[in-house]
Design a protein around this ligand. Structure first.
Ligand code: SF4
Length: 420
């Protein structure tokens, strides 16, 4: 294979892979115990993102952009008139090793269109990972995209060589999936997820008895949803996430704002803006659910099915629930401290530690890094001067937005006049 041809394939297949955002390399602990090539230890802090927020620290490519399916939202779908290419297994192995040696990458993120069948494609993805581990002694990070409908045997083998496995559920609702990807079936996503979950459970229990039990997908599994392609509400999206987190013990759900790529009356028109801000608010909500003890129904419900774009979801919740405030930072439990807008979990822990020795006042809180421009409306401490407490949620929101230096201020400034 000529160098030029490989370069051309790389251009096509790296470009096609850029629509997949689920390539965070957090959570792996595969160390270089064999004195081989690479070391994924500590990869949790090795992210590198492009300006639009996409991860670039991994060689991120498709094995092929040929596909037998015709999902409306996908640039790779079979009816799209685009340049097609396919790598040989050995080509991906060589590219990965080459890039790794030059320090361009820390690992590989490999996905693929489906050619011939799910198993035929999955077999090749697994072969890449297997060759890298066994023949090249590669200890860098490997994230394999699982092909919906792949057999249990192949999923089991994939987990022996990959750090992370993921299957994209693509569209948050069954109805949306049926409309936009009629060839696909939700069960085909779920089956490999169940297999991976069960194998991880089995690995964790066997390793307690036999230390040398081969690792299985040590960075767990994740999934991705496309946002804004099928008219679903934020409430529907976050209930889907909640279900998948709980049912399959996922490490991450990624939210990818739909990029209009074709003229199809089932989809937003060409030229429609990518919902970046909505994507960001969904990530914040996801974070609140995983680390701040919020349930979906508290943030999103039938009265409030979509997230506010002008304020973050924690502030939005606080403004709708002023009855829970002000919270006394010198007395409140961790659960309530975590709900004060402007307080991150680090500050919560600092407060709990520090208040054992003294009563905390504004100065202490400021030194701990609390964002007082928001927090001051929602807490009391050992100081006498407090913000007004007689404002409604809408008035408070307006006041906070007026004083906000948020990067979204510009985007939202026409809307914010409504609150003036
Ligand atoms: S199966 Fe995957 S690659 Fe093929 S058209 Fe659907 S989303 Fe795109």
């Amino acid at each position: 294979m000529s160098f030029e041809r490989t370069q051309e394939k790389l251009k096509i297949l790296a470009d096609a892979a850029k629509y997949d955002v689920s390539c965070s390399s957090s959570g792996s602990n595969r160390s270089n115990a064999t004195k081989g090539l690479g070391d994924a230890t500590g990869m949790g802090i090795c992210h590198s993102y492009t300006e639009d927020g996409r991860c670039v620290s991994l060689l991120k490519i498709l094995l092929t952009n040929h596909c037998i399916f015709d999902c409306a939202y996908c640039v790779t779908r079979k009816s799209n008139d685009i340049k097609r290419a396919a790598f040989q297994v050995q080509e991906v192995v060589d590219l990965t090793i080459n890039f790794y040696r030059r320090n361009y990458i820390e690992g590989l993120f490999l996905s693929s269109g489906i050619f011939k069948s799910a198993d035929y494609t999955m077999e090749r993805l697994v072969a890449v990972a297997k060759k890298l581990r066994l023949e090249e002694n590669f200890n860098g990070y490997i994230h394999l995209k699982s092909i919906p409908g792949a057999s249990d045997e192949l999923m089991k083998e994939a987990g022996l060589y990959a750090d992370r496995l993921s299957v994209n559920i693509e569209i948050p609702t069954k109805e949306g999936l049926k409309l936009l990807a009629p060839d696909k079936n939700r069960e085909d996503f779920i089956k490999p997820m169940i297999k991976v979950k069960n194998e991880i459970i089995q690995y964790n229990s066997e390793k307690k008895l036999i230390k040398s039990t081969p690792k299985f997908a040590p960075a767990g599994q994740s999934t991705q949803m496309i946002i804004g392609a099928s008219g679903e509400s934020d409430q529907q999206i976050m209930w889907t996430s909640d279900y998948f987190y709980k049912k399959f013990e996922l490490k991450r759900v990624y939210y990818s704002g739909y990029i209009p790529i074709s003229n199809d009356n089932r989809l937003p028109q060409l030229g429609t803006a990518v919902p970046m801000l909505r994507e960001n608010r969904l990530y914040q909500t996801d974070w609140l659910m995983r680390f701040y003890g919020f349930d979906v129904h508290e943030i999103l419900n039938n009265e409030h099915p979509n997230l506010d774009l002008d304020v973050d979801p924690k502030l939005g919740w606080a403004l709708r629930n002023l009855g829970h405030f002000p919270v006394d930072v010198n007395k409140a439990d961790k659960h309530m401290l975590a709900r004060i807008p402007g307080l991150g979990m680090k500050s919560v822990h600092k407060i709990i530690q520090a208040r054992r020795f003294r009563s905390l006042n504004w100065e202490h809180l400021q030194r701990m890094g609390v964002a007082l421009n928001r927090a001051k409306y929602f807490l009391v401490c050992a100081s006498n001067d407090f913000e007004r407490r007689d404002l409604t949620g809408a008035q408070l929101k307006s006041l906070i937005l007026q004083n906000s230096t948020s990067k979204y201020q510009k985007i939202l400034s026409p809307q914010m006049n409504l609150f003036g």
